[in-house]
Design a protein around this ligand. Structure first.
Ligand code: GTR
Length: 438
């Protein structure tokens, strides 16, 4: 699939990058996107062509998964750990009123007293039947998702906010952070529409800083004598994705949640984690990437906004060490991110961008969604429902097929508008039907 130089310059005139998005040394000019050739999702490494859904599922899909693991996110060394301890604490929320019930489920990974533990906050509509659920990691603690005093204030290490912000002091959350991210989660709206929310502070699984993988869940998997992941083993995104699958293990045992109808969702770096979780774990019925950008939904070869080298330099712990080999060598990558989107097929997947989020390359996110389409077609499913390489107008959701997309007006964020689209998409694909059959 060869894309001519600057074929999209017309499209980008519609969403000129705002000044604050420009970072020196990075390209925000569509006319300067280099010519590039994308790998074909339907051509195997041995050159053979995939022509059936079965060939995709048995040959090409495993091959691609392996490549993404080996050269980007790192291999996940294991599944559920033996000796996991689960404790459930019911909560009485005073902020949402009677329509909701809530609990905190703490899963300690191992029987050591200091074993890493993640707490899933579950808020669900009060009904007699199991409900569909959105599962996502949060940035600031479960207590930030809803300003309700019943929710435990997270005590784990946390990245600081902007200077002077008292929500996080000395890398610990304070009471000022309660409800801080409520706008990004829209819990009331979810409950109203009949969905549960299950959410986990991502730092419970692996704190988001480069410590050579001494904390978080990585050490639990070290072989005797091993002190850090091997060059092809998981970084933090791999660990966060693993945590999402462990949360789904729990949801499968929770009679209040319909585990056949769980949408995994994430924003930004956690959008990257949601995509990697959805790619590896086909139990996720729907996968949603909100502004995931570089190493998430955006095509790496476009080198628009954040680049492969930049992300591996700023956040080396997110990826495996092998990823460094491709710094400034995007054209040599054995995959591109449209193939990550294709790994969800035939399950519904949604990619969302924002006009001011040029760092995340909305055009590259859109093209990934578009170019995953041929794999959906193999399954007799429609992808985006258009062949146009031009970004759709802002605030117009494409939802006719199994790949959804919208470009929201505004900044790098998750807003009520985004949730409205995700809920519509979930209604279409999860509300009345069970997980689409593979
Ligand atoms: C940025 C990073 C992006 C995105 C974002 C976030 O600094 O460059 O790739 O992941 O962080 O997660 O907030």
């Amino acid at each position: 699939m060869k894309l001519p130089l600057a074929f999209l310059s017309f499209a980008m005139t519609m969403i000129a990058a705002p000044a604050q998005a420009q970072r020196p040394g990075f390209n925000f000019d569509e006319s300067k996107v280099p010519a590039y050739e994308l790998p074909d999702p339907l051509t195997c490494q041995d050159g053979s062509k995939v022509t059936t859904a079965e060939e995709w599922s048995t040959k090409r899909r495993p091959e691609l998964l392996k490549l993404f693991a080996e050269f980007q996110y790192g291999k996940t060394p294991g599944g559920a750990l033996p000796g996991t301890r689960t404790t459930v604490r019911d909560l009485t929320l005073t902020t949402l009123g009677d329509p909701a019930r809530a609990k905190e489920v703490t899963i300690a990974f191992g029987d050591q007293p200091d074993a890493p533990a993640m707490t899933i906050l579950i808020v669900a509509p009060r009904t007699n039947s199991a409900v569909p659920c959105f599962l996502g990691l949060n940035f600031k603690g479960n207590h930030s998702v809803l300003a309700d005093p019943a929710i435990t204030l997270n005590k784990n290490w946390m990245r600081p906010g902007p200077k002077g912000d008292l929500a996080v002091v000395n890398n610990r959350a304070t009471a000022a952070s309660r409800g801080r991210s409520a706008g990004q989660w829209q819990v009331e709206k979810l409950i109203d529409r009949g969905y549960a929310l299950a959410t986990i502070y991502y730092g419970d699984i692996d704190p988001d800083f480069d410590d050579g993988f001494q904390n978080g869940v990585h050490p639990l998997f070290y072989k005797p004598g091993q002190t850090k992941p091997a060059a092809d083993e998981w970084g933090s995104i791999g660990a966060w994705a693993w945590g999402l699958s462990r949360a789904l293990d729990y949801l499968e045992t929770d009679g209040e949640i319909d585990a056949q109808r769980v949408a995994v969702i994430g924003h930004s770096r956690l959008g990257k984690a949601a995509l990697w979780a959805g790619a590896q774990d086909e139990r996720f019925a729907v996968v949603i990437s909100n502004n995931s950008g570089c190493s998430g939904a955006a095509l790496s070869r476009r080198r628009f906004g954040e680049t492969w080298k930049r992300i591996n330099t700023s956040f080396p712990h997110w990826f495996c060490d092998n990823a460094l080999q491709f710094n400034d060598r995007e054209d040599d990558l054995p995959f591109d991110q449209h193939e990550l989107i294709a790994l969800m097929a035939p399950r519904p997947v949604y990619v969302a961008s924002a006009t001011e989020d040029q760092w995340a390359d909305p055009q590259g996110e859109y093209l990934s969604a578009l170019f995953a389409g041929p794999v959906y077609k193999l399954f007799g499913q429609q992808g985006l429902g258009t062949d146009s390489q031009q970004l759709p107008p802002a605030d117009t959701a494409l939802q006719s097929g199994r790949i959804g997309y919208h470009l929201r007006t505004g900044a790098h964020d998750v807003t009520a508008y985004d949730w409205e689209q995700y809920l519509n998409f979930a209604d279409r694909h999860m509300k009345s039907s069970r997980r689409p059959t593979l």
